[in-house]
Write a protein that binds this ligand. Structure first.
Ligand SMILES: [Zn+2]
Length: 289
């Protein structure tokens, strides 16, 4: 079965800055946070196959035609796997933890859909259903999917990974996904890097995480003037020591915000390590102190 006739999928939004075609072996060391995006077009994958079967059925009912599997996602939408393996003392993005038999590294694999004009991910495949139905209706009325309210956000490919991770953190730690999600997009983009830094920091305790979410919860989505609470969040995040386990790119982006020799030294060290490991694992970020 063909996907809906029209698609609003955007190439920019389904081409993250760093993504990979195939999975590479995990490093033996449990140190350092490994995170990367893998383009996943394997319709045989159990979870993708279940999704395709369910939504093919939904479309078949709408079209009043015989049930047959969808041949693809709408154009410029793609499945991606987020492979997430934090260091031994760091936090995971979910409870569904697997272990790699060779390296014994713990990791999670989450399947998401990219391509939405906002640049945001559908972190739950099911949440794409509303959008698919809307495309099938030739974009009549207002789309009821969770991302369309953020159409104008236009997240750049280089920042997508931060949003993807941050949304998984929100999903794991928030009891109120929807309001949190809305508040979250009001937060300055610099916080997105901080949020990931926060969660990847080995010393981040559950108490700190709870405190952090208490602040985020106070953001009023109907009020553009959240200065006071934003200051509190900023202060809270500023007290988190920078994690040495974050990606060089992430720290590089933060350089504008961090002043002083220490930061420069860290960046130089990281670049050296980056060059050293680049040919071995271009997608693994490992730091040994
Ligand atoms: Zn939508």
């Amino acid at each position: 079965m063909d996907p809906p006739l029209i698609s609003d999928g955007q190439l920019r939004a389904c081409s993250p800055e760093e993504s990979y075609e195939e999975i590479l072996p995990f490093p033996k060391s449990p140190i350092g946070c490994l995170v990367y995006l893998l383009k996943n077009e394997n319709f045989e994958n159990k979870r993708i196959n279940e999704w395709v079967t369910a939504f093919s059925k939904l479309l078949a009912e709408k079209r009043e035609c015989d049930f047959e599997l969808l041949s693809s996602l709408p154009s410029n939408y793609s499945f991606y796997s987020l492979i997430y393996s934090p260091g031994i003392s760091q936090n995971h993005i979910s409870e569904e933890i697997q272990e790699d038999s060779t390296s014994k590294r713990k990791y999670e694999e989450k399947i998401l859909i990219l391509g939405h004009p906002s640049g945001l991910p559908f972190i739950e495949m099911d949440s794409f259903s509303k959008h698919l139905e809307w495309l099938e209706s030739m974009c009549q009325n207002k789309c009821q999917c969770p991302l369309c309210p953020y159409n104008r956000l236009k997240i750049q490919p280089k920042s997508q990974i931060h949003y993807i991770e941050a949304l998984y953190w929100l999903k794991k730690n928030s009891k109120f996904i929807e309001p949190f999600f809305k508040s979250f997009t009001k937060v300055k983009s610099i916080y997105i890097e901080d949020i990931n830094n926060f969660f990847r920091s080995g010393e981040t305790t559950q108490t700190q995480i709870d405190e952090f979410f208490k602040f985020i919860e106070q953001l009023d989505v109907n009020n553009d003037d959240n200065e006071e609470i934003q200051n509190k969040i900023e202060k809270h995040l500023n007290n988190i020591p920078p994690s040495i386990n974050i990606e060089p790119k992430l720290l590089y982006n933060k350089r504008k915000e961090v002043k002083g020799e220490t930061a420069k030294t860290v960046i130089v060290t990281i670049n050296l390590f980056k060059d050293l490991f680049y040919n071995i694992f271009i997608n693994f970020i490992i730091f040994f102190l």
